[in-house]
Ligand binder design. Structure first.
Ligand code: GLC
Length: 440
């Protein structure tokens, strides 16, 4: 129900503010999370009338020129009867993921919780009438997964957020450089209160993950104000860099300058070498964030597992997306891949959780991750002669295979003597305890 935004619905938590390093600690250790793009657009799967949109299907409203009226039919009939928070959270947990970032609102403006500043939400507009954010928050808590939210700054539905100078495109999102003089009102009376609701009524929120900051109307001042507002409500929530304008194109690292945000967000790309800031690479499993049945270009298990390892070896986190369908079912292709990743994680998780970037140059056969006086050799290409050369700075005290119940590996004449076959068909990991506590 639309009650108008009441100040008492914004509550500060009692939490004590940690230092920045303490605040980031769980996130730096987690390394692997699940992105979920889900909303009314999932009913369309990127298709409208006779067309299929290019790229991400969550953009269908924009890409296939749907009017607000045409699009609103979908939120109005959104009834995802198969949605089951327990299933989604278990899927992430079994894959070895430590946090979930769920879209509370995407660019289409439709909200998945009971917002008091709009009726364009799951409780008031849709027949479903179940607060998705609440069910997911509670289930994550139950299963020990950190609950996080993606929230779009861009809003194609709110009249004060659409670019009004584009009459041909009645929803105005076609040219994101056009502006709306009313946007500051949307920011103050709508966007900020929404973020306030999400931080007040759903327990601890691990990360607020903004997107859509590229529209002309959003300013760096607004970004700073939003950042401070979040930390005022939940001092230990982590905020991505898209809260501000500093993103360097799609690449997602902060450009030079004074921008707020706790981590960079490279999108569908991994930097060639590690970088000296917190970052998280987000990836789709096919090419779309939102459900898109026409996109059959699924990444292989091997590529996904190797991407995870590669990202961790460069000091980043891996946020891997699923796009459930309009009824709430996760595509089977995603389920299969996540289960495979989970099997790999069960055997090798100690080389991922809490692991840091490799202190050494990338070897030809794979990558290294590190932890204290241990380095993990992640072998992508198993040597034919069984001899694995290591970086000359590695002084081996002992080496074991993480698979095969930790059997020992000998170090002879400058190489590890591996068995003839890989111990894992995707990435085999050798744990190497260094001879001394090296400054890695
Ligand atoms: C892009 C897209 C958006 C998606 C996001 C994920 O910015 O606009 O649809 O949610 O990437 O990073």
């Amino acid at each position: 129900m639309l009650l108008g935004f009441a100040c008492n619905s914004v509550k500060k938590t009692e939490e004590v503010k940690l230092t920045d390093d303490e605040r980031m600690e769980w996130w730096r250790d987690a390394r692997f999370g699940m992105f979920i793009h889900w909303g009314a657009y999932s009913m369309l799967g990127g298709e409208y009338q006779d067309s299929i949109c290019w790229g991400g299907a969550e953009w269908v409203m924009d890409k296939l020129d749907m009017t607000i009226e045409e699009y609103e039919k979908y939120p109005r009939s959104f009834n995802p009867v198969d949605f089951n928070a327990e299933k989604w959270v278990s899927l992430a947990k079994n894959a070895g993921m430590k946090y979930i970032v769920l879209t509370s609102k995407h660019h289409d403006g439709f909200c998945l919780w009971d917002s008091k500043v709009t009726e364009y939400d799951i409780m008031d507009t849709s027949p479903f009438k179940r607060d998705i954010i609440r069910e997911m928050a509670e289930e994550c808590k139950k299963q020990g997964i950190v609950f996080c939210l993606y929230h779009s700054i861009t809003d194609w539905h709110h009249p004060q957020a659409q670019s009004v100078f584009y009459p041909d495109y009645n929803i105005g999102q076609k040219d994101q450089t056009k502006s709306n003089p009313e946007f500051p009102k949307y920011f103050k009376n709508y966007l900020k209160p929404q973020v306030g609701e999400l931080l007040s009524n759903y327990g601890d929120i691990g990360v607020i993950w903004f997107d859509g900051e590229w529209i002309a109307d959003y300013t760096t001042e607004m970004g700073k104000e939003m950042y401070d507002y979040i930390l005022d409500l939940q001092p230990n929530t982590i905020v991505n860099n898209r809260v501000d304008k500093g993103r360097n194109g799609m690449a997602g690292f902060n450009v030079e300058g004074n921008f707020v945000g706790d981590f960079g967000t490279p999108e569908k790309e991994v930097p060639a070498t590690g970088i000296d800031e917190d970052w998280e690479a987000c990836f789709t499993m096919n090419g779309s964030w939102g459900y898109k049945p026409s996109d059959l270009n699924w990444k292989s298990d091997t590529l996904l597992i190797q991407s995870l390892v590669d990202i961790v070896s460069k000091g980043g986190n891996f946020l891997l997306n699923i796009g459930p369908d309009g009824l709430g079912n996760v595509p089977e292709e995603s389920v299969v891949r996540l289960n495979t990743m989970g099997e790999w994680m069960k055997e090798n998780e100690e080389a991922i959780y809490g692991a840091k970037a490799s202190p050494f140059e990338k070897p030809e056969w794979g990558v290294y991750t590190s932890k204290g006086n241990v380095v993990y050799a992640h072998v992508f290409d198993w040597p034919e002669d069984g001899k694995l050369p290591l970086n000359e700075k590695v002084k081996v005290k002992s080496a074991t295979l993480l698979a095969s119940s930790g059997s020992n590996v000998e170090w002879v004449e400058g190489a590890l003597q591996l068995p003839s076959q890989p111990t894992n068909k995707f990435v085999s990991v050798v744990k190497i305890v260094l001879d001394q506590e090296q400054p890695l």
